[in-house]
Ligand binder design. Sequence first.
Ligand code: SF4
Length: 191
Amino acid sequence: MTVNRRRFLKLSATAAAMTAFGGLGCQHTAPAVDRATMLKPEWTKQTTTICCYCAVGCGLIVNTSLKTKKAVNVEGDPDHPVNEGSLCAKGASIYQLAENERRPEGPLYRAPFSKEFKQVSWKWALEQIAHRVKKSRDETFAVKNDKGQTVNRTEGIASLGSAALDNEECWAFQTMLRSLGLVYIEHQARI
Ligand code: SF4
């Protein structure tokens, strides 16, 4: 039997209770709470990830409904060495990043000099982004700098975002940006 941190705590709690109450002649000990079972009802899939909000990097356990594919619960991972199950208030509400009825359900576009955002299709938005990224990159890409050193970069595009990405999404996003040659990359989680 493997004894991970969660099971170790469970066994330790049971042993401590038996020691404490055994000395008093108490015959019944309260069973330790099995959080693993509580966190994993049969209708959800359980995965782990890292909180995206700040550099502390707390570990999270995410339960996703097998029926709706939506996150139904996120909480601190007691096995994670950074936070040992605890989360700050912001991290504790992180499931709202994915499941929030106040989030826009599609891309919004504000034309130059317009004051209004209008709803556009994903197809239109993605094509516009692709065309504009390619145009800007082609016009600004530099193979060498003023000293003749090879740099292969573009200074004509910058990226700011995104606090709503989780750790794995940030990795994929960074990979794409670096492969395009971007050097101005920032993450605004704590702005
Ligand atoms: S839970 Fe709070 S402290 Fe932990 S990484 Fe997220 S924002 Fe930072």
